[in-house]
Design a protein around this ligand. Structure first.
Ligand SMILES: [Zn+2]
Length: 309
């Protein structure tokens, strides 16, 4: 979907002849989808589409479709530390770059070692998803690789805020901005994919292609949030039951945003209190407080916030 909604960015990236691109734009706008489409384009050996997009049928494109392309490496900050505790601060450590510095074996593949190997298809591509989380040591270790990438590899740095990316990286990269698409473009992309463009989904997506790439999960999260919201109004017992159901289904990537979305029409002061309750729930879950108790507290706080206690 990202490739469809950001065809012009993809075209510019396809014509780019340098070593490093920095794609910036809001969360879930489709940066990762675009990066994967760029990587596919760099390695495709088939007949290109009108916009230069990858064929989807050659050996490289088929490998891409399995999600395990031998020439594509994704580097991300770890949300949890080696001890299993949730990390308070996201970071891409030097251990992601060099095997020898990865004492706790956090990363399966390391950038330096990955680039020593010749590409299986055409070009090795390293996608750094969250370039603003590169630590200074990791960024310094990357410098030489970015300036003279072995075997002509391509670096794709993805960031929400260019200003938060270390200058050593951003100054060596060509920049491309990725903006949210219009609702109309999003609706058109949905219907081309044979999906219903229901107004609620379009409003939630707010032009972000990343939402369309996780359609099923997003639809389920919206449905859960709606059911939870309705149960709050019914009564105390149903609110507590709904809290238990939500605990079982909570996907930290989508449910918090879906919940905030369902109470967007509430009065601002009530919404603010609900947001605080959600922040507190997320904090408690990160701190490994008792999950079921935390969800019950959350449901009670929401009933209070919405004036139903
Ligand atoms: Zn292809």
């Amino acid at each position: 979907m990202a490739a469809v909604l950001h065809a012009s960015v993809l075209e510019q990236a396809g014509a780019f002849r340098g070593n490093a691109l920095l794609l910036s734009g809001p969360a879930r706008v489709g940066k990762l989808g675009l990066a994967l489409a760029i990587a596919a384009g760099q390695n495709c050996s088939g007949t290109r589409g009108i916009g230069g997009e990858a064929c989807g049928a050659c050996p490289s494109c088929l490998a891409m479709a399995t999600g395990a392309h031998p020439d594509v490496l994704q580097v991300e900050p770890r949300a949890t530390t080696a001890t299993g505790k949730a990390a308070r601060r996201k970071l891409i450590p030097i251990g992601a770059i060099l095997d020898a510095r990865d004492k706790t074996h956090e990363y399966e593949t390391h950038v330096y070692e990955f680039l020593e190997v010749r590409p299986t298809h055409r070009r090795r591509v390293v996608i750094v998803n969250g370039a603003e989380h590169l630590g200074p040591e990791a960024a310094n270790a990357l410098l030489k690789l970015v300036e003279e990438p072995p075997h002509g590899a391509l670096f794709l740095f993805l960031a929400e805020d260019v200003r938060a990316v270390l200058p050593t990286i951003s100054s060596r990269s060509a920049r491309l901005g990725v903006a949210p698409a219009s609702d109309r473009a999003l609706e058109a992309a949905l219907s081309r994919a044979g999906e219903e463009a229901d107004p609620e989904l379009v409003e939630f997506a707010a032009g972000r292609a990343g939402v369309l790439d996780a359609l099923e999960t997003v639809r389920a999260a919206l449905q859960d949030a709606r059911e939870f919201d309705t149960a709050l109004d019914v009564g105390l017992l149903s609110a507590l039951e709904a809290a238990e159901a939500l605990e079982k289904r909570l996907d930290p990537a989508w449910h918090p945003e879906a919940l905030r979305f369902t109470w967007r029409t509430r009065p601002p002061h009530r919404r603010a209190r609900a947001d605080t309750a959600l922040d507190e729930l997320q904090g408690a879950l990160e701190a490994y407080a008792s999950p079921s108790l935390s969800f019950q507290v959350f449901a009670l706080a929401l009933r209070d916030a919405f004036g139903e206690a």
